[in-house]
Design a protein around this ligand. Structure first.
Ligand SMILES: CC(C)(COP(=O)(O)OP(=O)(O)OC[C@H]1O[C@@H](n2cnc3c(N)ncnc32)[C@H](O)[C@@H]1OP(=O)(O)O)[C@@H](O)C(=O)NCCC(=O)NCCS
Length: 167
């Protein structure tokens, strides 16, 4: 199932509130084009304002919006099936819903999904070296730092590459 409006706009709205690392319109367009293509390896995980977690496409339908459920948080994953590796591209919680355990709930669901359902080996991510909230979140889930990459992002900022072994 494709990501279309209004879901696409809701994701962009939440992302716009992010101070460190939000995507431009063209980055979002390229992501939606890739996600909506037939061979897509991208996955979208969502939490609604009732704090239910979903893997989009299997147990979440866009018609949920007709029931006035809103998206409170989301995470984007790029899967490398050959390597049994899930790359966490982005996790974001709407600013009004932060510090209520949503990121923790979402990450818990994602880890369970890749460990128990997909039987993947690892979850990998990059994070801005100054993003202390995200670093604290990932450390809480036992992600280990592989190394620091100098000037990783376009603005010249550094990144930590982190890995969680699932087995
Ligand atoms: C980072 C982020 C996803 C956390 O979401 P959240 O739902 O508020 O986090 P939770 O309430 O589930 O908290 C889980 C853990 O995250 C860390 N954390 C969250 N907010 C924090 C803050 N303001 N200061 C320090 N640590 C924080 C803590 O380790 C926390 O555990 P604790 O409650 O035991 O201290 C959220 O702040 C966000 O969307 N930030 C902008 C996007 C972003 O930076 N994403 C990560 C890189 S893509």
């Amino acid at each position: 199932m494709e990501i279309i409006e209004p879901l696409s706009e809701l994701l962009k709205e939440i992302d716009k509130e992010i101070k460190i690392g939000h995507w431009s319109d063209s980055q979002w367009k390229s992501f939606f084009d890739s996600y909506n293509s037939k061979e897509s390896n991208y996955r979208l995980f969502l939490i609604d304002n009732l704090k239910h977690v979903y893997l989009f496409d299997s147990d979440y339908k866009q018609s949920h919006h007709e029931e006035k459920k809103k998206i409170a948080a989301f995470a984007l994953i790029l899967e490398s099936r050959g390597e049994l590796l899930a790359h966490l591209l982005k996790i974001a919680v709407a600013s009004s819903m932060q510090r209520q355990g949503l990121a923790e709930k979402l990450l818990d669901f994602i880890i369970g999904h890749y460990k128990d359902v997909e039987k993947f080996d690892k979850i990998y991510l990059e994070v801005h070296s100054e993003n202390h909230r995200a670093l604290s979140l990932y450390k809480k889930f036992n992600f280990k730092t592989l190394h620091k990459c100098k000037h990783f992002y376009a603005q010249g900022t550094d990144a930590f590459k982190m890995l969680l072994n699932l087995f």
